[in-house]
Ligand binder design. Structure first.
Ligand code: ARG
Length: 462
């Protein structure tokens, strides 16, 4: 008989049984479920709601059930619907009558809300750890390449030279904000819904604060209806995960471009690339492509849960059972992507000579040539036009700006002097961009120091 079978006269239809059972996926919450039940039962004992002996029997029995599940020694049954009722059933089979008192003053509605919070708190911490590890890889690359000149792009057209280190630091800035987002989400998530009951709290004198403290929460949720029916903590994780994936996907896209023959800026290590079953010459950036591809899944997880939530009247509705697979999928996807990207970046070879070669092409020093004139009091708009005409002339003859003899430059503007060549070398262009947040090597090194300190403070354990 079902745990809730009292008012029913018929068995559940087999199709319904299969349809509404969540054990196939919520079994993943067994450790959190049991952790919450242990804290609840211990409190019931302390509060005199059940006897201390019963509480001791229940908590010991739950620990054994946890071990049995961990070791795969017990069957979790579809008929028992979900992880909460499976655990209760296993407990009662093991310890008898006392097991039937575990659910005093509690509902599966506050129970599942608790389990998901505990789960996401742990996975938020794990995600932070992986994100921090990836950020450290990028910081090391940035340090190594603070003076590796590289083309910078807008519209995927050569724009102005930067350093590869500066480029990597852009991603560091993104990932540090992602860490901050995870911290924010974790802070708001960290409240215990236990005591909300099914929706209207309970008549038992539960000690909510005590249980919350025991489970490492900062406090208790403030409203019983909200406690069982809100999933915004999960949505916050999913949105942080979606943004992380978006950042990873942009980085992945660059890795894909850079490893192509046309760019040739990096070579992926063999251990992080794959081949083709028909084309013997191929070496493909599958890891980066999969990261880019999997980004859509995580967006989907976020949109799925947002959509589940949008029409739900208070309080609990079974629709909420759909939260879990979205959360699990996003957790697995974002963590696997972070885990795989870091060593791939660490092991790739940067082809400095190719970067240097490309950094010289495409008139990327045109702005600097205009700035040169502007610094000698030619109005910038006029300087822009002068250099534009020089670029046109050079493009027609296949020359670079620095190839123009001084006489030709002076014909365009008498302000040009000998020192112009010095001012428009790739190196000078980058080194001169000393503005805060700019690519000059000393600025990049300063940014690396600041980012390291920020990483420390964002990643300090709770
Ligand atoms: N398996 C359910 C879920 O994931 C647990 C809560 C069920 N509550 C209920 N009243 N049917 O949401």
């Amino acid at each position: 008989m079902k745990l809730w079978g009292g008012r029913f006269e018929k068995d559940t239809d087999a199709l319904v049984e299969d349809f509404h059972s969540s054990i196939a996926f919520d079994r993943r919450l067994y450790a959190q479920d049991i952790e919450g039940s242990i804290a609840h039962a211990a409190m019931l004992g302390r509060a005199g709601i059940i006897t201390p002996e019963e509480a001791a029997l229940i908590t010991a029995g739950l620990r054994e059930v946890r071990e049995d599940i961990a070791q795969g020694r017990v069957e979790l049954e579809t008929g028992a619907e979900d992880i909460h009722m499976n655990v209760e059933k296993l407990l009662t089979e093991r310890i008898g009558e006392a097991g039937k008192k575990l659910h005093t003053g509690r509902s599966r509605n506050d129970q599942v809300a608790l389990d998901l919070r505990l789960f996401l708190r742990g996975e938020t911490d794990r995600t932070k750890e992986l994100l921090a590890a990836l950020t450290r890889v990028l910081l090391a690359l940035a340090e190594e390449h603070a003076e590796t000149w590289a083309p910078g792009y807008t519209h995927l057209q050569k724009a102005q030279p930067v350093s590869l280190g500066h480029h990597f630091m852009a991603y560091v800035a993104m990932f540090l904000r992602d860490l901050g987002r995870l911290n924010d989400a974790r802070r708001r998530l960290n409240y215990s819904p236990l005591g909300s009951g099914a929706l209207a709290g309970t008549t038992f004198p539960l000690r909510r604060e005590e249980v919350a403290r025991e489970l490492g929460f900062a406090g208790v949720t403030p409203n019983s209806l909200d406690g069982v029916s809100d999933r915004d903590f999960a949505l916050e994780f999913l949105s942080a995960a979606a943004i992380i994936m978006m950042h990873l996907s942009r980085l992945a896209e660059e890795i894909i471009l850079w490893s192509s023959g046309e760019f040739g800026f990096i070579t992926l290590d063999d251990a992080h690339a794959t081949g083709s079953s028909i084309m013997p010459q191929k070496k493909n950036p599958d890891v980066a492509e999969l990261v880019r591809g999997k980004t859509g899944r995580v967006y989907g997880d976020l949109v799925a849960l947002l959509t589940v939530m949008k029409g739900l009247p208070l309080a609990y509705n079974k629709d909420l059972q759909e939260d879990k697979e979205a959360v699990f999928d996003a957790v697995d996807t974002v963590q696997k992507c972070l885990l795989t990207m870091a060593p791939m970046l660490q092991a790739m070879t940067v082809r400095r000579e190719r970067l240097a070669e490309e950094a010289k092409k495409g008139f990327m020093n045109a702005t600097d040539l205009a700035d040169y004139l502007a610094k000698k009091q030619v109005p910038f708009r006029e300087a822009h036009a002068i250099v534009g005409r020089l670029v046109l002339a050079c493009a027609q003859k296949g020359r670079a700006l620095e190839d123009l003899p001084l006489a030709e430059l002076r014909a365009a503007s008498p302000v040009f002097a000998d020192d112009v060549y010095e001012a428009i070398s790739v190196e000078a262009c980058v080194r001169a961009r000393r503005v805060a947040g700019g690519p000059a090597p000393e600025r990049v090194r300063e940014a690396i120091r600041a980012a390291r300190a920020e990483l420390e403070s964002l990643y300090s354990p709770h």
